[in-house]
Design a protein around this ligand. Structure first.
Ligand code: HEC
Length: 180
């Protein structure tokens, strides 16, 4: 029964992905034709942009961090600072990645971190802050506002750094240090 339900939902999410991709091209947003090549180069083709999906499965918080948040942040960082693609395409990709982060934060809410209960309040606070920044970044990118997108990216990065500083040992700072 449980399997049936989860099968139903994974089927549904594939269906929703197809619906989403067919209806949410930038053309619909009035910003011209989608550059498939640019998105392919960024590794976005074939992935849902509105769910917490990725190549590898995620079954705990650490995997969520390593397999979803970290790669998303690297891709956004690349699109912001290094990509040669047109700004319109970079913003489309950034908005999709930010939406993925928003969806993945929901997963973070259900994964229990291995921290003392006194740190739970700070953990939840940072998680909600992170979701808000990702949402604002997605909106800014959809509006074509690069400056505001960069602004929210900084806030988002601060959530990563702040939460790691407050609720976990400083091991992650080395990895986060790699983010430009
Ligand atoms: C709400 C708190 C919180 C936020 C926000 C957060 N993390 Fe984490 N992160 C953790 C915790 C707790 C762990 C340790 C998980 C474990 O090992 O079980 C962790 C671990 C990691 C790891 C695994 C390697 C390591 O350093 O231990 C990476 C990579 C990581 N986070 C990246 C990120 C990135 C990138 C962001 C921002 C987009 C982010 N995190 C935001 C709490 C957070």
């Amino acid at each position: 029964m449980k399997e049936n339900i989860s099968l139903f939902f994974s089927g549904l999410s594939v269906f929703m992905t197809v619906v989403f991709i067919s209806f949410s091209t930038p053309a619909d947003r009035g910003s011209g034709e989608l550059s498939e090549a640019a998105l392919a180069a960024m590794g976005l083709v074939g992935t849902s942009t509105s769910a917490c999906v990725g190549e590898e499965p995620v079954s705990n918080l650490r995997e969520l961090m390593e397999r979803r948040f970290n790669p998303s942040m690297s891709r956004i960082s690349f699109a912001l600072h290094h990509s040669d693609a047109e700004e319109r395409d970079r913003l489309t990709m950034i908005s999709a990645e930010a939406d993925r982060i928003v969806a993945c934060v929901e997963k973070g809410k259900s994964h229990q971190p291995e921290i003392t209960s006194s740190k739970m309040a700070a953990y939840r606070r940072h998680l909600v802050g992170m979701q808000g920044s990702a949402l604002a970044m997605s909106d800014s990118a959809q509006e074509g506002d690069m400056r505001s997108t960069q602004h929210w990216f900084l806030h988002l990065k601060q959530s990563c750094i702040g939460c790691h500083k407050d609720v976990r040992p400083p091991l992650g700072t080395a990895l986060l240090g790699d983010l430009p």
